[in-house]
Design a protein around this ligand. Sequence first.
Ligand code: ADP
Ligand code: MG
Ligand code: MG
Ligand code: MG
Length: 404
Amino acid sequence: MTDFKKSYFTMNEEQAKEYAQTQLNYFKEDAELSCKEIGDGNLNYVFRIVDEENKDSIILKQAGPVARISDEFKVSPDRNRIESDILTIQYNYVPEYTPKTYQYDPIMNCFAMEDLSDYTIMRQALMEHQTFPEFADHITTFMARTLLLTSDVVMNHKEKKALVKNFINPELCEISEDLVYTEPFYQCDRNEVFPKTLPFVEKEIWQDEKLLLETAKLKFAFMTNAQSLIHGDLHTGSIFIKKNDTKVIDPEFAFYGPAGYDVGNVIANLIFAYANGKAMIADIATQDAFCQYILTTIEQVIDLFKTKVEQLWNETEKDRVATYKGFFTYYINGILKDTSAVAGLELSRRIIGLAKVADITSIDDEEKRAQAEIQCLTIAKQFILQRETFQTGKDFVDQVTRVF
Ligand code: ADP
Ligand code: MG
Ligand code: MG
Ligand code: MG
């Protein structure tokens, strides 16, 4: 018998199975279980525990003491508390698009959650060029509700400050501060630039002082603008999808930051899918259909997000000053400006920095990959430098089609 109550250790499959049998109030006592580690992320261990006979299963996610991507990142396993608490909060705001969580264990730094194995990770599905017409509707409901309803506009200011304090998340924020806002914009050793893209990066990114200045302003805004309880890692690898349903997972980077951070991440990762479609789909009609789907989705994500925030704004009780004429427009325009900037930062850091996206790295033709990367970086620069000019879905789409 393993002692799970004494002190933290990272579990292997056998131990995770024993944990599920003895510590979780989930399976029947005499159930025959099997367990597999299925994590493919950068930071954590994900065990799938199955009871074949009763056709039931559960997921156990455990935080390790260092990142799987590189042991340079030492991150406190307490992030597991943040993740399970945030999933509970998000479930309260948007039960449709958030997985159910069960027990959280502060000693083993793990929690149990609903098994979503009948869904596909969205990045993978998009790389297979599948389309999901309802995705824009789902994700905008998720973002409008989680972002506006956790803000000072509608929350009691003291309760909001208590949440800020509870989810301060310094270690995971530091990863974003470094990997998103700092390292991609100078010749940092940790960057991994594709050789054929390097000349463009050296000249158009690292030597563009105007661009560097804007990234500095954005970094300080990220660290100081406690606007909304953001997901913090809302790329297509954190979204489980199937034809008519969407679930957002993996909010361990959550903290109080700029609302546009989440929206910008969704937009940038849709653009990676678009770049993949352009490079990898040979048949022109098929390519057009997929790429058109992505453009429509980008447009809808922006426009539906705006509409839904406005609807929620109008039907929710607000701080008195938030009702002043013109304030809503000021507020939503600010979120869109951040959306544009963060889309530009995410496009840059996934190409220049160390955490890559498979949409781009799987483009095996070197010329095509370099072309896709340079197109993404060209869009990124405009999104950062001209961020106040991207205010409608069409503005974002036009920028993509101008470059590709
Ligand atoms: P990390 O924080 O390490 O990135 P994720 O939460 O993204 O971990 O999970 C890593 C992988 O584990 C996912 O890409 C998915 O394949 C699998 N996974 C995570 N949560 C679930 C779940 N609830 N149901 C089924 N598979 C899951
Ligand atoms: Mg993940
Ligand atoms: Mg993953
Ligand atoms: Mg994660």
